[in-house]
Write a protein that binds this ligand. Structure first.
Ligand code: CO
Length: 151
């Protein structure tokens, strides 16, 4: 595994729409492992492809109970509202309260190409929405309703 460089706000790569992952191969597994190590190294809870310069639809999330790989994710359903503090490894030093769904149903593939469905709530739902936005070139700031000083 290797720590990759995290793309920072201002780099146009963060505003691009990502393409689907087409091949479930060793390169994908290495990428996901590297993304996990990069995220952990920066004490983040999520990291998306474009943040390491890869314009593919994938992200990793670990809110404290183990990493989950999301490849070609699709948010099927959302409900409720939560307003929580948020930041992004691509926007160091910037934080804010965002308004996001409290519940999210997402379908995705794991690193081996097996499809799964996850019903998430709270922080996990917040993280899924945040990372999924990265795949469409959207940063969390677009959802900020009030800036904060720290996480
Ligand atoms: Co982010």
């Amino acid at each position: 595994m290797a720590i990759r460089n995290i793309v920072k706000e201002g780099d146009p790569i963060l505003n691009k729409v990502c393409r689907p992952v087409e091949k479930f191969d060793d390169r994908l597994i290495t990428l996901l492992d590297d993304m996990y190590e990069t995220m952990k190294n920066s004490e983040g809870v999520g990291l998306a492809g474009p943040q390491v310069g890869i314009l593919r639809r994938l992200f990793v999330i670990d809110i404290g109970d183990g990493v989950i790989d999301f490849v070609n994710p699709k948010i099927l359903k959302t409900s409720g509202v939560q307003e929580e503090n948020e930041g992004c490894l691509s926007c160091p030093g910037e934080y804010g309260i965002t308004r996001r769904p409290m519940y999210v149903t997402v379908e995705a593939y794991n690193r081996f190409g097996d499809r799964f469905t996850l019903n998430a709530e709270g922080l996990m739902a917040q993280a899924i929405c945040h990372e999924n936005d990265h795949l469409d070139g959207i940063l969390f700031k677009e959802h900020v309703i009030r800036k904060t000083e720290e996480l």
